[in-house]
Ligand binder design. Structure first.
Ligand SMILES: [Zn+2]
Length: 168
């Protein structure tokens, strides 16, 4: 398990601090090397072109295969898990909910595979699961930027998931 506290962590000065995240994109959900160009995801409409999934239009005869984000959502197999807790978070649930959705919308516009799988209450906490590890981290950073509080994130190589916690 690798722990990453902040951008000032010594790991941040290494040439490729996100190597674990990059390698994660080559996991079984990446389907790399097996797809025709272009391929259309029949579920969300994303297109695989020139090595990545993007938003756009595909020709009618394009191959059809579900994209990694849709497959992760269908399997409920998140790449990122954000756990939000604390009294402030409970009192400001709706605001936080809106902020999280806003971050997802902004990211998804640019990166077709960055999506929220689910948002649910879990005891006193609020849990957001994502199709992409960087999106989970981005949500944590946005919460921290907006409301301060305690942010922590760690990438578990064993589980291949980014776990983010934010508490206030
Ligand atoms: Zn899709």
């Amino acid at each position: 398990m690798r722990r990453t506290r902040s951008k000032t962590h010594p790991a941040a000065s290494q040439p490729r601090p996100d190597r674990a995240l990059q390698s994660q994109e080559h996991d079984t959900y990446g389907l790399r090397g097996k797809l025709s160009d272009p391929t259309l995801c029949p579920t969300c409409g994303a297109i695989y072109r020139a090595g990545r999934w993007i938003w756009g239009t595909a020709p009618d005869d394009a191959q059809r295969t579900e994209c990694p984000a849709c497959r992760r959502s269908a399997d409920d197999y998140p790449a990122g898990i954000v756990t939000v807790s604390g009294d402030f978070a409970t009192e400001h649930r709706e605001e936080i909910h809106n902020l999280v959705r806003h971050v997802e919308e902004r990211e998804r516009k640019e990166h077709a595979l960055k999506r929220i799988i689910a948002m649910r209450e879990d005891g006193d906490a609020f849990v957001i699961t994502t199709t992409n590890a960087r999106l989970a981290r981005g949500i944590g950073e946005a919460l921290h930027h907006a409301y301060q509080g305690e942010l922590d994130y760690r990438f578990s190589e064993a589980e291949n998931v980014m776990r983010v916690t934010w508490e206030r």
